[in-house]
Design a protein around this ligand. Structure first.
Ligand SMILES: NC(=O)c1ccc[n+]([C@@H]2O[C@H](COP(=O)([O-])OP(=O)(O)OC[C@H]3O[C@@H](n4cnc5c(N)ncnc54)[C@H](O)[C@@H]3O)[C@@H](O)[C@H]2O)c1
Ligand SMILES: O=C(O)[C@H](O)[C@H](O)COP(=O)(O)O
Length: 371
């Protein structure tokens, strides 16, 4: 069996070598010719799996993407050609949550906010949005949730229509899939018109897909002197992002919100489990055997613990300012894809056990492990 895997998919050899030869490829450079003998294709978000790419892949049985988003996959084509498909829902949700929490802690410090005074709007309450609700509820923040699809099927879902959210929120964080058309299209949810309706200092965070925000509209607004806190992990036209926007962005990163060691490894593991199921093989590998130990795996706390302490504890695990600094330093010399390929290891809060007496439950709701 020939297994083609993106070179940025961690542990691909370890998970898949039992099934055959694992060949690594550069995500944006894969050609139809290369896939002529492929049985399995494993991609990340930068490979467009289209009819054109698969024209010569006559023996392809399985396509997997080690990501949550699936907008780069022509799933209808795969179904028509009886090629099994799997994504990795939820694999890096925790990493994105920790990215957003770190970003909001940074903004709170920079603009002297009390997070509890802010109305936080979450657009898209799926795998990531739900976890954010848990975390921000644990921190005592006020939340408004917008997810019209959930509202349709869950009568108790506390849906706030987007138009209302735009007017009321102090912070808006987006966690929707890329969807170009239809009643729930997400393209340019933030555009010239919605920007005018927002509170002037409403912070905008995008860690889902670049074209959910009209980047040129953000630039126009900023160049007209209307500045607001901005956090962008994803951009229109990656990897060729709108560089003039950069000076106006508080936290700018290279589509790495989900790139924790665990998030990426879980993505590979989930595809491995799917392939085992397809082939009727037992699951014998797990990321526990492959992920290295975290530098800090336990801390002890023996006193009252408040929000400032949590912010410091969070920084011990992940501080998004590191990734912002890397982007600003390297974007023009090395480029967007280089930053992603050379992303320094980042662990999730779950790798740190917090020990101590009478610690509040909400500490663990944030993702830290119990003793
Ligand atoms: N930056 C990163 O590294 C990174 C990492 C992981 C995921 N993502 C992106 O984040 C997105 C969300 O991830 P997820 O795991 O939470 O996905 P999910 O599918 O679990 O949840 C998405 C939610 O958005 C809702 N939704 C769809 N259209 C909407 C609309 N127009 N308005 C409001 N809500 C809408 C859906 O009903 C669903 O509940 C993914 O699709 C992916 O594109 C980015
Ligand atoms: O949808 C996702 O899961 C993320 O956007 C994913 O982490 C993107 O990263 P990539 O697969 O390109 O490394």
């Amino acid at each position: 069996m020939k297994i083609y895997a993106d070179e940025n998919m961690p542990y691909a050899q370890q998970f898949f070598a039992d099934f055959g030869e694992v060949r690594l490829f550069a995500g944006r450079e894969l050609t139809a010719e290369q896939l002529s003998d492929a049985d399995v294709l494993l991609v990340r978000s930068i490979t467009q799996v289209s009819a054109a790419l698969l024209t010569q892949a006559k023996q392809l049985r399985f396509v997997g993407t080690a990501t949550i988003g699936t907008d780069h996959i022509d799933q209808a084509y795969l179904a028509e050609h009886s090629v099994a498909f799997s994504s990795a829902p939820g694999c890096n949700a925790r990493a994105v949550v920790e990215y957003i929490v770190s970003a909001l802690f940074t903004l709170a410090e920079r603009y002297q906010w009390q997070l509890r005074d802010k109305v936080i709007g979450i657009v898209g309450v799926g795998n990531i949005g739900r976890r954010l609700v848990d975390v921000f509820s644990a921190l005592g923040c006020q939340l408004l949730l917008c997810d019209p699809l959930r509202a349709e099927t869950e009568p108790d879902f506390p849906h706030c229509p987007f138009e209302q959210l735009v007017q009321q929120a102090d912070v808006l964080s987006f966690h929707v899939p890329q969807c170009q058309q239809g009643p729930y299209a997400t393209r340019h949810l933030i555009n010239q018109q919605t920007l005018v309706q927002l509170k002037p200092d409403c912070a905008l965070l995008n860690a889902c897909r670049g074209n959910v925000f009209d980047n040129q509209a953000l630039l126009n607004e900023a160049q007209a002197g209307r500045l607001r806190p901005l956090v962008l992990d994803v951009w229109e036209q990656e990897p060729d992002i709108l560089l003039p926007l950069l000076p106006y962005v508080d936290i700018a990163t290279a589509h790495i919100a989900g790139h924790s060691v665990e998030g990426k490894a879980r993505g590979t593991e989930m595809l491995y489990q799917q392939l085992c199921q397809l082939l009727g093989e037992p699951v014998v590998h797990s990321i526990d055997a492959f992920c290295p130990p975290a530098a800090v795996s336990a801390i002890e706390i023996h006193r009252d613990f408040g929000l400032p302490d949590v912010q410091n504890l969070f920084k011990l695990v992940y501080d998004v300012r590191r990734d912002d600094a890397l982007l600003r330093h390297y974007i023009e010399t090395q480029g967007f894809d280089w930053l992603r390929k050379h992303y320094p290891p980042r662990r999730e809060c779950s790798t740190v056990r917090v020990l101590g007496d009478q610690l509040p439950d909400w500490l663990y709701d944030l993702g830290f492990s119990r003793p």
